[in-house]
Unconditional design. Structure first.
Length: 692
């Protein structure tokens, strides 16, 4: 490993590693350095005095890469120290995976042996970084020289030592830099030992310090033995606004199947609300065997359309389109029309099959069989999904299955799709997803995978670590102040924020939570604001959301009554009670305020009423400060005093400051850290305030 690393570090920009990154010596040579007695022929690492440890960020000891967006700054900290009193120097090495040459960025001490360096990732794909540190003989000499001069000691010999160091650096350098260092060395020789002030000025010359740092002797340097990774995604991986819609319900009659052309007619409606991703549930042929009827009933009626997640029929499988939606040309026209409105199409990636899928006929070995020879359908006891066969990855034919599933993803990428919402990824092997995502992103690094994994926290985090770009969260079930504060503090602090990007959904076709059921319109308003401001990426399942659809199949259930999963629905988009205008305003606020376009700055503020929650997001330079206050009580007006950290926000406590209510356009004059707020859910249950 070490020899390979030395080969890879043969060329660096802008500096050099020196003669080598890590040297090896024989046991005989090591004996003179008082190493423990070893057998002949055994080799050990050369004496290296610098220690590098405690590197942050890194995930699971470097097993997984951290995540960043193209153009982001990657700040790396580490503990770097050595025995003795010499001064150290360190650089952060980084390169794009596949490139041979390392680039380097200087690291700077923060105090208590903690160092910081940073670099920017300007390309999509995978970056690698590590740290290289060494004892800086010239800095150490210059420090001691100045101390001796200030103490009035004889510095003649010390000057000669400095000349030797500079001349050695001139040999390591080349071209103009070598000549310049030689000039500095000659100048020091000419300076009389009695003219200590002139010598000190020469030694402290900024150009000399810079040249000596560039060509420092790194022959005994320490290189951190592990290369750490950074996955670099496009901006939409961090900031995106999703709208989920069933294409077959883009219709004016319940017995008329919607088409891709009908979806085009719906694009202006979606665009005017400010969404930039249109997510379509599976658009493939739907099986007939085991088909479910309305409200998940069984057996179905002849005109029941079935669940889109029961993929596959005689018309084809995962690479085919439902014939009633249209053909591939119609689908591509939908993509084109959407792109003209700034909307990208996302497809559902559901790796499961109906009993009628071609895979079942052609590759029966890809499925699990019961003792009677029949194929096992999906179950989540007591629920049964007779219309779905799960795939079996634990068999001798798994490699062929994996290659086929990869070809499905590549097929849709070839059709122009670069965003996939992945259905239930936690029910497939981790190793499969890690392989698949790496394979796809090697050639298509702008591909985004959203994990729909409502499962145990460690499983969700593992999926994010191994490659999923974004993930659904538990937001739909976090309704109290303490629940929201605790959960989002975890998501936006290290180490979770380094690998997990949250996508917040207040509802989905499977989730109509109790809060929305009970709270009606005020609850839908408050949850919209929470999702859109707590998360840089969020989505709604519409038109159910803007129309405040909250009817369930039965008490205690989160299933919609007359769910679109099993039937075509006709939606009254012109309903005067629609939240359409509020959704549009909230999404416009997100676009206009960079603070809301990332999650790292999220901080919760004290507010003396547990029914009110307050939090802020800011840009790094504090030019954009957004304070959000939400009434979590959908029944009653609530009031309280919010406390803001004025010092952190660089606000003068002795002066008034203006807050602009972005939802209503109102302006308020606030003063000091504590200010009064009052929110009536019947009117508007939330404030989105821009602090000026």
């Amino acid at each position: 490993m070490y020899n390979d690393f030395r080969k890879r570090t043969s060329g660096l920009c802008p500096g050099k590693l020196g003669r080598c990154a890590i040297e090896r010596v024989s046991a005989t040579e090591a004996g003179s350095l008082n190493f423990p007695q070893m057998d002949a022929g055994t080799s050990v690492l050369a004496l290296s005095r610098v220690v590098i440890e405690g590197i942050e960020p890194q995930i699971d000891g470097g097993r997984f890469p951290i995540k960043r967006i193209q153009g982001d700054r990657v700040a790396v900290e580490a503990d770097i120290f050595a025995d003795g009193h010499e001064l150290l120097n360190a650089v952060l090495l980084y390169r794009l995976s596949g490139e041979r040459e390392w680039c380097e960025a200087a690291m700077h001490p923060l105090g208590n042996d903690r160092w910081l360096g940073e670099f920017r990732v300007m390309k999509l794909g995978q970056f690698i970084y590590t740290i290289h540190a060494w004892i800086d003989e010239f800095q150490t000499w210059a420090r001691d020289f100045r101390k001796k001069y200030d103490a009035g000691q004889d510095i003649a010999v010390d000057l000669l030592m400095g000349v030797d160091l500079i001349q050695a650096a001139a040999v390591r350098a080349g071209g103009a830099d070598s000549r310049k260092l030689a000039e500095f060395a000659a100048g020091l020789v000419d300076i009389s030992a009695k003219d200590g002030q002139a010598a000190a000025e020469q030694i402290l010359h900024a150009e000399l310090s810079e040249l000596m740092a560039r060509y420092s002797d790194r022959s005994s340097a320490t290189t951190y033995p592990q290369e750490l990774g950074v996955t670099v995604d496009r901006e939409k991986a961090r900031f995106s606004t999703w709208y989920e819609m069933f294409p077959r319900s883009c219709t004016s009659r319940p017995n008329k199947h919607g088409t891709f052309r009908n979806c085009i007619d719906r694009l202006d409606y979606i665009s005017e609300m400010g969404f930039d991703v249109l997510y379509l549930p599976p658009i493939h042929p739907i099986g007939y065997s085991g088909r479910k009827g309305k409200n998940n009933g069984f057996p179905p009626l002849p005109d029941d359309t079935g669940s889109p997640w029961a993929i596959g029929s005689e018309e084809g499988g995962h690479k085919a389109l439902h014939p009633q939606l249209g053909n591939l040309d119609d689908f591509k026209r939908l993509q084109t029309e959407a792109a003209e409105r700034g909307i990208e199409i996302a497809l559902d990636l559901a790796f499961q099959c109906s009993p009628d899928h071609p895979y079942v006929r052609e590759h029966e070995e890809w499925f699990r069989h019961r003792p009677d020879g029949s194929i096992q359908y999906a179950e989540n006891p007591p629920k049964k999904y007779e219309d779905i066969f799960p795939l079996n990855f634990e068999n001798e034919h798994a490699s062929n299955l994996c290659e086929e599933l990869k070809s499905v993803v590549l097929y849709w990428i070839e059709q122009g799709i670069k965003i996939f919402r992945v259905d239930n990824p936690h029910t497939k092997p981790f190793s499969f997803w890690e392989w698949l995502i790496e394979e796809v992103r090697r050639d298509y690094p702008d591909t985004i995978f959203l994990a729909e994994a409502f499962t145990r926290p460690k499983v969700m985090y593992r999926l994010a670590k191994l490659g999923f770009t974004q993930s659904y969260t538990y937001f739909a079930w976090k309704n109290t102040k303490s629940e929201i504060t605790g959960y989002f503090t975890e998501l936006t602090q290290a180490p979770v924020r380094e690998f997990f990007r949250a996508s917040l959904w207040p509802n989905t076709p499977d989730i109509l939570n109790q809060y929305l059921q009970d709270g009606g319109r005020p609850a839908f308003m408050s949850r919209l604001v929470l999702a859109a401001t707590l998360g840089a990426s969020y989505g709604i399942y519409g038109p159910t959301y803007e129309l405040c659809e909250n009817r369930t199949m039965k008490q205690g259930s989160e299933d919609y009554l007359d769910s679109e999963k099993y039937q075509i629905r006709v939606w009254p988009l012109d309903n005067p009670g629609s939240l359409r205008s509020l959704v549009a305003r909230v999404n416009a606020i997100r676009r206009e305020n960079p603070a809301l376009q990332s999650d790292r700055s999220l901080r919760f503020y004290p507010l003396d009423n547990d029914q009110l929650i307050a939090y802020a997001k800011t840009t790094e330079d504090l030019t954009n400060i957004i304070l959000v206050i939400v009434n979590l009580d959908f029944r009653y007006k609530q009031s309280g005093w919010v406390q803001m950290p004025l010092d952190d926000l660089r606000l003068d406590p002795s002066r008034t400051f203006q807050v602009h209510e972005l939802l209503t356009g109102e302006h308020y004059q606030w003063r000091g850290a504590r200010n009064y707020v009052e929110l009536d859910p019947a009117r508007m249950p939330a404030h989105i305030l821009k602090v000026r």
